[in-house]
Design a protein around this ligand. Structure first.
Ligand SMILES: [Zn+2]
Ligand SMILES: [Zn+2]
Length: 124
């Protein structure tokens, strides 16, 4: 499982994680990505100046008309998926460890406990 570098899903301008609404990852014609919020702020006079390469792009219709970056959108989906989240609390490895047979099982004879042993002890 490849780890997703945080930089790939963060806007380089505001350093916030992209999302599906205000911080939608927008792909500039120079192949740099920034969030919709920053793209909207950088949009001036029909142009967006890329904060990374300083190239100015004429964008018709404004920042919302930029195409989303499908790579980043895909990464965000992976991050959203349950189980893929890097939650460090309660690792699921502790349960299988407990279920592993202990040493006592080796000397355990099934007939002793599986039989009416405990019941007999109670009646006595
Ligand atoms: Zn941003
Ligand atoms: Zn650029």
């Amino acid at each position: 499982m490849a780890q997703i570098p945080p930089k790939l899903v963060e806007c380089a301008v505001c350093l916030e994680r992209y999302d599906g609404s205000v911080r939608q990852p927008k792909l500039l014609p120079c192949a740099h990505t920034l969030c919709l919020s920053c793209a909207g702020r950088l949009f001036q006079g029909g142009m967006i100046r890329c904060p990374e390469c300083r190239r100015a792009h004429a964008i018709q219709g404004g920042a919302t008309h930029l195409p989303p970056n499908p790579t980043v959108v895909g990464l965000l989906e992976q991050l959203k998926a349950p189980g893929m989240a890097s939650g460090s609390s309660a690792p699921p490895q502790s349960q299988p460890m407990q279920k592993k047979p202990g040493g006592y099982l080796r000397g355990f004879k099934p007939g002793e406990k599986a039989g009416p042993g405990p019941i007999r002890a109670k009646r006595n």
